[in-house]
Design a protein. Structure first.
Lengths: 348, 84
């Protein structure tokens, strides 16, 4: 059980930051494993053994046999036959592909029309080169029976852009992978499950009650209500500083931080917490204006029982460099859950 | 009242988690086992890619060639459709 410091209500108004507390739910973070699972399978599929060979077709209408390659009807993945022709620029081919089983029987026959075009494009004063082709054949299939298979390849047509015959040879690369997986489906699964995990985390860590959100054109803001129950109290203070009109055009002196004063009292006016927090000034600007913002970030508090509380926050106004506070905003939520231990103040 | 709301919230979280686990299990196993991949001997042919035409097909478990041979049309460059 992690230790927490409890501060008496009235003895020490200024409560120092205390140790971590186990007011958090960590187990939902394990859901991050789910979208990673398809990625792990994609990673390991990259190391699946592949059978590679090169085939040269050195004459028109002369069949050429590939070396035998193994086709398996495995459970993990399916066979993928990937045949890639190394076509020269601006040429086309007509290729007859026949798949033979271990007995030399024809089990599949097809023809593949391929082409490759290289050129330049010009449009709207811009230009570039392009290299487009359709010269690969991918066959996803399972064999009738496991065993060595061969391809019988015949180059039936090989010509240039002017339909003039080209002289072979034509080189082909054959890649066979018996454990190919459905990559697009794995990517879709990873994306969808990531979205669902984000919904799941939002339903847990985003599930808190907003008890107060007040923005005032003043240097202080306060709010009173009954708060707490299960979970944590979370406070955030925002502010915006600007140069007054009379100082416009001047370059104000550099001020890096301001001091936020935060007080919490109970229904009887007893001080439960008083603290001063340095907040960083962040410079913002657009074409017409320059301003500075402050943001306390989430301040977490723990209150064991439901109490009527008054929250009070103040920022200095004006600053030493002349900047004036335009508004201050106080946001209070309760019932908050965090995914990891946070620095926490305990109210008694 | 608060208990009912809490119960509904727990139900919602359990539902999202169950949906996530189901999506991962179904999607991943389908991508690995690939039940839809064509098996030689089944009726028809595998799914053809671009520029592919099968010279026959399976009928009653046997490959039947149709004897068709294409009259090749020659070079048909498509231009810089995806180059820019």
């Amino acid at each position: 059980m992690p230790q927490t410091d409890r501060t008496p209500a009235s003895a020490q108004p200024a409560v120092p930051l205390v140790s971590k507390r186990s007011e958090c739910l960590r187990w939902p973070l394990l859901a991050a494993v789910l979208p990673l699972l398809p990625g792990v399978i994609i990673f390991f599929s990259c190391f699946a053994p592949r059978q590679r060979q090169f085939i040269w077709l050195d004459a028109i209408d002369r069949p050429q046999l590939s070396q035998p390659f193994l086709l398996q009807r495995g459970v993990l993945g399916s066979p993928l036959i990937d045949l890639q022709a190394k076509l020269p620029a601006n040429s086309s081919m007509g290729l007859s592909v026949e798949l033979l089983d271990q007995n030399g029987d024809l089990v599949l026959a097809l023809e593949k029309e391929g082409w490759r075009e290289i050129g330049t494009w010009v449009e709207d004063g811009e230009s570039g080169t392009y290299d487009e082709s359709d010269s690969s054949l991918k066959l996803d299939l399972r064999p009738i029976s496991d065993g060595p298979h061969r391809l019988r390849l015949t180059l039936e047509e090989f010509s240039d852009a002017a339909a003039q015959p080209l002289q072979p040879p034509l080189q082909l690369q054959l890649l066979v992978n018996n454990h190919s997986v459905d990559l697009p489906l794995l990517l879709i699964t990873a994306g969808l499950s990531l979205l669902l995990v984000l919904f799941f985390w939002q339903s847990i860590y985003g599930d808190c009650r907003q008890r107060s959100q007040r923005r005032l054109v003043d240097d202080r803001v306060s709010s009173r209500f009954s708060a707490c129950g299960p979970g944590l109290l979370r406070i955030k203070v925002l502010g915006r500083y600007e140069l007054p009109d009379r100082l416009l055009g001047r370059k104000p002196e550099w001020v890096s931080s301001v001091s936020l004063v935060l007080r919490i009292t109970n229904a009887w006016g007893e001080l439960l917490l008083e603290d001063q927090l340095p907040l960083q000034l962040n410079k913002k600007s657009d074409e017409d204006d320059t301003w500075w913002t402050v943001n306390s970030g989430p301040i977490h508090l723990f209150l064991g029982k439901i109490s009527n509380l008054r929250f009070w926050a103040a920022l200095p106004d004006p600053l030493a460099n002349g900047c004036e506070l335009e508004w201050i905003e106080l946001l209070v939520e309760d019932g908050a859950t965090t995914p990891w231990p946070v620095r926490l103040r305990v109210l008694c | 009242m608060a208990g009912a709301a809490s119960g509904a919230l727990l139900m919602e979280r359990a539902l999202i988690l169950a949906l996530t686990v189901t999506a991962v299990l179904v999607g991943t196993s389908a991508a690995v086992i690939r039940p839809g991949v064509y098996r030689l001997g089944d009726e028809g042919t595998p799914r053809p890619g671009t520029g592919v035409a099968f010279r026959g097909g399976y009928r009653q478990g046997r490959w039947r060639s149709d004897g068709y041979r294409r009259d090749w049309g020659g070079f048909q460059g498509r231009g810089p459709s995806g180059a820019k």
